[in-house]
Write a protein that binds this ligand. Structure first.
Ligand code: NAP
Length: 500
């Protein structure tokens, strides 16, 4: 579109509007192209693609899912340098795919969708942006990520602290940690990746742990040249690696759903701890008090060794308050710090908490989700026609590679669009009774899972303790459920007329 059109406020009417250029949004763009759709626009609030892999730049940032499984099956990378790629390589892969598929022509960078309103007379969405543009797409696909709103804790006296403070997802590279006393709050997936990297650079690292996490070794290593050549010449060999990675994720899910089988995993984790941490005092502090899998298992080989360095200490007595110069723990000790890094995870209770999304009859997403986030197959929400979500409520969280989940959803959405076209529907909305029944079954199944009953509080649970993230089954079962939309589950209309 010409710049002059943008300036004079012309309304654009793409068939599909995608929001976000992480793995999900870009995958949607590619699947639309593959299905013959060219009339779509992708909005991206930042100035580059990559989503979480653009945002998270902390030292040591890497994926804890094997690269062959953490990439599009339809755009394989034969050249991964390691079994588990690091953030720069994943971001390069994403950029490479964008270039190869010529996706940039569809993307509007620096453009944040600020309001979505469903126009019932036209069966189109009205989307306005931070740049003052207006789009009237027939279909909206929200692909703006599940884990991107940093969770900033409200700890007593935080405002008093005179040093530097930032969240791991907003890593401040301008702060030189060399020779500084660094306090790290949190010991989840992000923290265990960067603590070994900053140990030895900082003068001292104080790690504040609230609950111990279960740790298993990460089967990471560089991929040999011969392996890479084999991947390039015989793609089925890489597919075999992918299949192995797939089942490595799939099998533990069976235990997560039937916690009586968790003993084997717990034994393996306890052995790892015993092998890597000889000091019984430290080992006791690092032994979780809940079942394995309740929180996401940490895969790392260098976290426990880092904690045993003389310039690293683990504090478990609980944070009492911040002072001007550091953090005082509940045992009265003051831990002086120049820099505090919050590795405190992400706000996940309602990922559309601040967004203006108004569906049918003036229903806002906040009203629809007043009792918690809920959707049908993590992709559609009753009251919001022609709107699809990627990584929506209860479609992932803790088991299979999220890329596998995303691909299943991309297929499902394309099938929904085909259904709309074949029925000549201008509006497609999941029936609320179908969504309700689906969620009743889903939550009944989840109640037995380790995520709900394992004795911990994780980001899978909302503030009422309801699991809003996990799919209560294997990746395979999610794949099966998303093969074809059931036309009976939707209300399909054309210009207000009901369609059979
Ligand atoms: P997280 O797993 O939610 O961990 C947050 C940590 O902060 C926990 O140790 C938590 O303690 C602590 N914490 C939170 N609020 C606190 C407070 N008020 N006081 C003290 N401690 C507090 O967050 P994350 O490490 O950023 O990881 C989040 C998710 O991102 C992961 O589960 C994963 O799905 C994804 N991730 C993936 C990768 C990857 O390699 N693919 C890497 C990084 C992140 P408690 O345990 O006591 O709650």
């Amino acid at each position: 579109m010409a710049l002059s059109q943008e300036m004079d406020g012309t309304v654009e009417t793409p068939d599909v509007l995608i929001v976000g250029t992480g793995f999900a949004g870009l995958g949607m763009a590619m699947k639309l192209l593959d299905a013959g759709h060219r009339d779509f626009v992708v909005l991206e609030k930042a100035d580059g693609v990559g989503g979480t892999w653009r945002e998270n730049t902390y030292p040591g940032c890497a994926c804890d899912v094997a690269s062959v499984m953490y990439s599009y099956s339809f755009a394989p990378n034969r050249n991964w340098s390691r079994m588990y790629a690091e953030q720069p390589e994943i971001l390069d892969y994403i950029k490479h795919v964008v270039k190869e598929r010529d996706l940039e022509q569809h993307i509007r960078f620096g453009t944040e969708a600020t309001s979505y309103e469903f126009d019932e007379a036209a069966d189109r969405w009205r989307v306005t942006t931070s740049a003052g543009q207006e789009f009237r797409p027939r279909v909206v696909v929200l692909a703006h990520g599940a884990l991107h709103q940093p969770n900033i804790p409200d700890l007593p006296g935080m405002g008093r602290f005179k040093g530097e403070m930032f969240h791991s997802a907003n890593w401040d590279g301008s702060v030189d940690l060399k020779g500084k006393r660094v306090a790290v709050i949190g010991t989840g997936s992000s923290a265990v990746q960067f603590i070994p990297e900053i140990a030895g650079i900082a003068r001292h690292v104080d790690v504040f742990q609230r609950n111990a996490h279960w740790v298993l070794p990460k089967a990471d290593r560089p991929l040999k040249q011969t392996e890479r050549r084999l991947f390039a010449s015989f793609p089925f060999i890489q597919r075999l690696y992918r299949l192995t990675a797939y089942w490595t994720h799939e099998l533990p899910v069976l235990a997560f759903l039937n916690p009586k089988f968790l003993g084997v995993l717990e034994l393996a984790a306890k052995r790892t701890l015993a092998k890597q941490v000889p000091d019984p005092g430290l080992r006791a502090k690092l032994t979780p008090t809940y079942r394995i899998g309740c929180k996401r298992i940490l895969l790392t080989n260098d976290y426990f060794p880092a904690l045993q360095r003389p310039d690293v200490s683990l504090t478990t007595s609980g944070i009492d308050e911040f002072t001007e110069s550091g953090i005082r723990t509940k045992d009265g000790e003051l831990h002086e710090a120049d820099v505090v890094i919050l590795a405190t995870g992400f706000a996940t209770d309602n990922r559309c908490a601040t967004e203006r999304i108004v569906g049918r009859g003036g229903l806002t997403i906040q009203q629809a989700w007043r009792d918690g986030m809920t959707a049908h197959l993590g992709t559609t929400v009753a009251g919001f026609p022609n709107l699809f979500m990627l990584m929506g409520p209860n479609s992932g969280g803790g088991a299979q590679s999220i890329l596998f989940v995303i691909e299943a959803q991309l297929h499902y959405i394309i099938e929904c669009l085909k259904l709309m076209r074949s029925r000549r529907a201008t509006r497609m909305e999941i029936r609320s009774e179908v969504q309700h029944r689906f969620n009743a079954r889903l939550h009944a199944k989840l109640s037995r899972s380790v995520w709900n009953s394992g004795g911990c509080h994780s980001w899978f649970l909302d503030n009422k303790g309801v699991n809003r993230q996990s799919w209560p089954g294997t990746g395979t079962s999610y794949w099966r459920a998303t093969r074809r939309p059931d036309p009976q589950a939707f209300r399909l209309t054309n210009g207000g007329k009901r369609l059979k």
